[in-house]
Design a protein around this ligand. Structure first.
Ligand code: IMP
Ligand code: MG
Length: 429
């Protein structure tokens, strides 16, 4: 239900994605001019519904083609190291980042319009979710058309399973992940959930791990193509049919990047100390029904008693307070170790490292033994996650190292994987 509360909530700047809002604004104009006034007055001197729909479809397509061309121009400028000027897109949407591929937005719009009947709507304008799904489809088309997808990484909670749940054998995500492995795509599960032992990850992911172990048609090499990167970028486990819980912990020396190897334990402790103090402050100031949880590479607050819910506003306030406190602290200002503060929906965590490092480790891990051309590149990588707001979200950081898709539920992940499989199938045939 859209309460006044929810409407106001969506207006907060940290809850908005500038690029999506900007596209939504562009599409609102033809919606008002061509769709909306018709309402239900068909046959009373107005053009027919099908004419209206065609006109709206044509206008929406044109706008998305224009944005597509603007992104091409942005990519040309981002790749020209001599060019000191911002692109037109950068001027219009200052928060825009680098693109790893061009985005066929017009084709993606046509695809989503067939599914969602966006142009047929007379009362509801193209929405945030419409635009988000158009961008996802464009990204799926791009990673299969302009290059080859080599690595797919997935967030855990909300992406593969519902928040706080686990990947059960009956989940429709499982056969789709196996299908990606069958097509020789490597898979990394890059989750914030930070555990030091295999049994805890087995508990969360047993549906996938058991199915992989039991699969008769996947080759040993394809089975080796799954890793779990836990705690954002802190614990690596490789699939291993002979190990307890089907996972083998991989020692840090084997996978830390040179930059990560330089993170000093004292700096790590300092960041976590500052974060812990800020979290304790929030528990007191906001009187949160929560308790503190300190781990070796993370610190967080979780609801206490366990079945209570910390109000959404309190979670967000806490993330923003901790983020600011850390940024302004000597440890944060020194920038010697990266950290990631995020709102997990029911809890707040600050982790050492972030998903850009987690995905980078996967890109390097699967290239060991010498992949021609070195590590897997950003345009051959896709990260799927649910947290892409710039403040207080953890998947957002993955955008700096690869292409991404922003889903809102495990069911959407399934749809996305079906779209991807169809595009990959088309390419192969
Ligand atoms: P993700 O969606 O897979 O990134 O998982 C995020 C969730 O993992 C958080 O909301 C927490 O509930 C849970 N979690 C468990 N341990 C940790 C940790 O060490 N750091 C961050 N999140 C954790
Ligand atoms: Mg998540």
């Amino acid at each position: 239900m859209t309460t006044r509360y929810r409407v106001e909530y969506a207006l907060k700047s940290h809850r908005r994605d500038q690029f999506i809002e900007w596209i939504k604004g562009l599409l609102a104009v033809p919606f008002v001019l061509y769709s909306q006034p018709h309402g239900v007055f068909e046959g009373q001197g107005m053009s027919s519904l099908s004419e209206t729909r065609e006109e709206a479809h044509r206008r929406y397509s044109e706008i998305l083609r224009d944005v597509e061309v603007m992104i091409d121009d942005h990519i040309a400028m981002q790749n020209d190291l001599e060019n000191p000027f911002p692109s037109k897109l950068k001027l219009l949407v200052p928060s825009i980042g680098p693109f790893f591929t061009r985005l066929p937005l017009e084709a993606a719009f046509k695809f989503q319009d067939r599914k969602r009947y966006i142009s047929s709507r007379r009362f509801v304008s193209p929405s945030f979710n419409d635009v988000r799904l158009i961008l996802n489809s464009a990204q799926m088309m791009a990673v299969t058309t302009y290059g080859t997808l080599q690595l797919a990484t997935f967030d855990g909670d909300v992406t593969l399973y519902d928040d706080g749940q686990s990947l059960e054998p009956s989940s429709p995500v499982v056969p789709r992940l196996l299908d990606l492995l069958r097509k020789n795509v490597k898979i990394g599960i890059v989750t914030a959930a930070g555990y030091t032992t295999a049994d805890r990850y087995y508990a969360r992911l047993h549906g996938l791990l058991d199915a992989l172990a039991d699969s008769a048609d996947l080759t040993p090499a394809q089975k080796q193509s799954l890793v779990i990167m836990g705690g954002e970028a802190n614990y690596l486990f490789a699939f291993s049919p002979s190990s307890p819980h089907l996972l083998e912990p991989v020692a840090r020396e084997r996978w830390l990047t040179p930059e990560m190897a330089a993170w000093d334990e004292r700096d790590i402790a300092q960041v976590l100390d500052v974060a812990e103090a800020a979290l304790r402050d929030c528990i007191k100031t906001l009187n949160l029904p929560a308790t503190l949880m300190r781990k070796d590479r993370a610190v967080g607050i979780v609801p206490f008693p366990p079945d209570t819910r910390i109000p959404r506003e309190s979670l967000e306030e806490t993330v923003l307070v901790v983020q600011k406190t850390l940024e302004l602290s000597p440890a944060g200002r020194a920038r010697r170790v990266p950290f990631c503060a995020f709102n997990g929906g029911r809890d707040v965590f600050v982790d050492i490292g972030d998903k850009s490092w987690g995905v980078t480790v996967c890109q390097r891990w699967f290239s060991r033994g010498g992949v021609p051309g070195g590590i897997i590149k950003g345009d051959n990588t896709l990260h799927v996650g649910d947290q892409f707001l710039s403040a207080g979200a953890n998947d957002f950081r993955a955008r700096s190292v690869g292409t991404t898709a922003w889903i809102a539920s495990p069911a959407e992940t399934v749809e996305l994987l079906d779209e991807l499989a169809e595009l990959m199938g088309k390419k192969m045939s």
